[in-house]
Design a protein around this ligand. Structure first.
Ligand code: MN
Length: 246
């Protein structure tokens, strides 16, 4: 096996826990497990580094996973906040938007999940639907109560663009996915291409043509890959792309 690539996984800050647990940087355990299971070396990235330190860390990475989480500050794409906006984190926005742009420019392999997909779109100049349920007529349910819908459960299908990186990984024209997002892509950034849609027309995946591996999915493959081999291939694809000498 070639040298295992170092994959940075973005994290967020938790502020309101009692000592000795506060404050923390945290990320979903499933992201870390998925990268390790795919053969990568996962490292969790603090969202609160200075830009200079962040850049130095970024340059050591072979690949990047932008993880899920709260909403991006709508002011960044020039909108007033909708009442449903939650989880704003200025440092996280700054760090992830910078790294998404760097990864796009430096051709660093990049897998974006849920919020990460929205970050990539906003970083490259796109905007977001701030709340699907109240702003998109006749939309399917894309955000569920955890009590009624396990994270591994399929929520809706997506139609996959045939001529795409995503199709080459999924090896099919459609996929069954989970859904844990109340926002989605509105204006697609000029350089990005939509490569999957749900039946109600919500953008479910994007990629950056001309880049060796820059893919964003609106669903959560880290909760699906144990039972859906095509979802394991998203992580394997990232690790493989990150293993290639630049
Ligand atoms: Mn969805």
């Amino acid at each position: 096996m070639t040298k295992r690539p170092l994959i940075g996984i973005t994290a967020f800050e938790t502020k309101h826990l009692r000592p000795p647990h506060a404050p923390l940087y945290a990320t979903g355990q499933r992201y870390v497990r998925a990268i390790e299971d795919a053969g990568g070396l996962p490292v969790i990235l603090s969202p609160a580094l200075t830009n200079e330190t962040l850049r130095a860390v970024f340059e050591r990475l072979d690949g990047l996973l932008l993880s899920g989480g709260g909403d991006i500050d709508p002011a960044i794409y020039g909108e007033e906040p909708h009442p449903s906006i939650w989880g704003l984190d200025m440092n996280r926005d700054r760090a992830e938007l910078a790294m998404a742009k760097w990864a796009a420019d430096a051709q660093t392999p990049l897998l974006c999940i849920c919020r990460g997909t929205q970050v990539l779109n906003v970083a490259l100049g796109g905007s977001l639907v701030q709340d699907i349920a109240s702003m998109v007529p006749d939309a399917l349910t894309h955000m569920y109560d955890e009590e009624v819908m396990p994270r591994e459960a399929v929520a809706h299908p997506v139609k996959v663009e045939t001529d795409s990186l995503l199709a080459s990984l999924i090896q099919d024209k459609s996929a069954e996915v989970n859904s844990w997002h109340h926002q989605s892509i509105k204006r697609v950034a000029d350089d990005l291409k939509v490569v999957a849609l749900s039946p109600d027309g919500i953008v479910e995946a994007i990629e950056l043509p001309g880049h060796p591996f820059a893919l964003g999915v609106q669903w959560h493959p880290e909760w699906l890959y144990h039972q859906q081999p095509e979802m394991a291939r998203l992580f394997a694809g990232l690790v493989e792309a990150a293993s290639t000498d630049k």
